[in-house]
Design a protein around this ligand. Structure first.
Ligand SMILES: Nc1ncnc2c1ncn2[C@@H]1O[C@H](COP(=O)(O)OP(=O)(O)O)[C@@H](O)[C@H]1O
Ligand SMILES: [Mg+2]
Length: 224
């Protein structure tokens, strides 16, 4: 048994662009404990999104290992990586990526139904989490009928409804004004703590960074 939920070991990521080799992550190491909430800061272009995509198995590193809850994932088949990503990882992005033609509750239940959950059970869980996020009166609103903060609350519900082991959030309040962003981030933190979910959150808001357990900074391809 280990208390480590996520481990990145010697991660290298290169992008070849216009014949040039961009070495973005240069042997990066990172360890996150179960239940820990960590902020990730770094200048624009430093590689925060790249790191989160690799940690969540959406992208592969050129070298290095990603260990999720004790399971080394780098050498697994695409099918296995997809399964781990679906079950163990929740993502929230700067832009909500909600489906415009579906309402709030449908946006939350669709991934669950695709993953094989019964509709009744999915509806119950989605209603519960949306209510916890103060969205009980907005269940049948489409994204265009919601404010920016409400849209992000739906995205949070979608990411957390199945209680992932790890939440990866890429500037989740970057598109919101400060007051709305703080409100959304507080909800995100409260819910993650309640559910015991470990989270790695890229943000530019240094006030928010202070509320987390730990802050790591990405610079020159390495964390400090
Ligand atoms: N698919 C890609 N192809 C080429 N270059 C990329 C790709 N993804 C990211 N990059 C480059 O990698 C660097 C880091 O990008 P990113 O991880 O998005 O940084 P951040 O999220 O910190 O702003 C940038 O210089 C970006 O242009
Ligand atoms: Mg980014």
């Amino acid at each position: 048994m280990t208390d480590i939920i996520l481990e990145l070991q010697n991660i290298h990521r290169h992008f070849i662009q216009g014949g040039k080799d961009l070495h973005i992550l240069k042997g990066l190491d990172f360890t996150m404990q179960k239940g820990e909430i960590v902020t990730l800061v770094g200048a624009s272009g430093s590689g925060k999104s790249t790191l989160l995509q690799i940690a969540g198995l959406l992208d592969g590193a050129n070298e290095g290992e990603v260990v999720i809850d004790g399971l080394a994932c780098a050498g697994l088949s695409d099918n296995k990586r997809t399964r781990i990503r679906r079950h163990d990882v929740g993502f929230i992005y700067q832009f909500h990526h909600l489906l415009p033609e579906f309402n709030a509750i449908e946006n939350v239940i669709l991934p669950q139904i695709i993953a094989g959950c019964s509709k009744g059970h999915a509806l119950k869980k989605a209603t519960e989490i949306l209510e916890k996020l103060g969205m009980g009166e907005r269940l049948d609103h489409r994204p265009s009928e919601l404010s920016g903060g409400e849209q992000q609350r739906v995205a949070i519900a979608r990411a957390l409804v199945d209680k992932p082991k790890i939440l990866l959030a890429d500037e989740p309040t970057g598109n919101l004004d400060e007051a709305t962003g703080n409100g959304v981030m507080n909800e995100l933190l409260r819910l993650s703590r309640e559910e015991g979910i470990s989270a790695l959150i890229a943000t530019h808001n240094s006030d928010l960074a202070k509320k987390m357990d730990r802050c790591v900074s990405l610079h020159n391809g390495l964390l400090s």
